[in-house]
Write a new protein. Structure first.
Length: 272
């Protein structure tokens, strides 16, 4: 990597690719940013124009290797896309992949780079509140890992893992995790209806409760979730009665443990 501002190419501008692009340039000094998207939406065109990013349908013949190539395409498109991306990849290019199920070995077999970072963000990245689990291959230099950190930080916090197989567990916890929280809101609303509330009122109460609890946890970094739970649980009160059910032998903890294990198994299957 040169001492100049790094050049970046982002391939694919779906939800995750667009989220990454929206955060780029905020506080980071970047060189040329190239966005490759065959069918750009109007919002993407406006974003690239506002930030000064180059937007192309494909890789031009005169393209030169970039410092970082971020892959945000669908995993099943890798085989078809990899040969065309060759001009952008050199021995000093960092390949940053958010392709679910594609291991470093899969990427290395298709792209002539030495440094690979495999990342698993989640959907709150779209509002800059995501969390990404990331693994850096052995050939990744410290400055390349720092560049990956800067790019991924554009959409939220980053947690590095030491072993690639841990990405499957990251997928099961944080990658799929937002769906678990959304389902909790669904179930809480349905429980409210069962308790006698009108559907619309129960839905509003459940949604606002989950939103507020998440924000309270966000604003209480020194308090563990357990401590926050205890803060709203009076001995012998209504919350304690409910937690007696949720924390029982057949309660939420063993059920969520089974759910995460199932997601991890499926992630491993998809990774081959």
């Amino acid at each position: 990597m040169s001492d100049l501002a790094p050049s970046i190419a982002v391939v694919g501008a779906g939800k995750m690719g667009s989220a990454l692009l929206a955060g780029l340039g905020e506080g980071e000094k970047l060189g040329r940013v190239l966005v490759i998207e065959p069918s750009p939406a109007e919002e993407l065109i406006a974003l690239c124009r506002a930030k000064g990013f180059a937007l192309q349908a494909g890789v031009e013949a005169a393209a030169a290797p970039v410092d970082a190539l971020a892959l945000a395409i669908k995993p099943q498109m890798l085989d078809a896309a990899a040969p065309a991306l060759g001009p952008l990849v050199g021995p000093d290019t960092l390949v940053l992949s958010i392709l679910a199920g594609k291991r470093v070995a899969d990427l290395a077999a298709r792209l002539p780079a030495r440094a690979f970072v495999r990342a698993m963000p989640n959907t709150p990245a779209a509002i800059g509140r995501g969390v990404t689990g990331a693994y850096a291959s052995i050939g990744t230099r410290p400055e390349q890992r720092a560049l990956a950190q800067a790019l991924l930080s554009a959409v939220g916090s980053v947690e590095w893992v030491e072993r690639e197989e841990w990405i499957d567990a990251v997928t099961a916890v944080s990658g799929s995790g937002p769906a678990y929280v959304f389902y909790l809101a669904e179930c809480l609303a349905e429980a409210g209806v069962a308790a006698g509330l009108p559907q619309d009122l129960a839905s509003r109460l459940a949604r606002a409760t989950v939103e507020g609890a998440g924000e309270l946890m966000h604003r209480s970094p020194d308090a563990s979730p357990g401590r926050l739970r205890e803060n709203v649980t009076s001995p012998g009160g209504t919350t304690a009665a409910a937690l007696g059910v949720l924390m029982g032998d057949d309660g939420l903890k063993p059920l969520l443990t089974q759910a995460v294990a199932a997601a991890k198994r499926r992630a491993a299957e998809l990774s081959g």
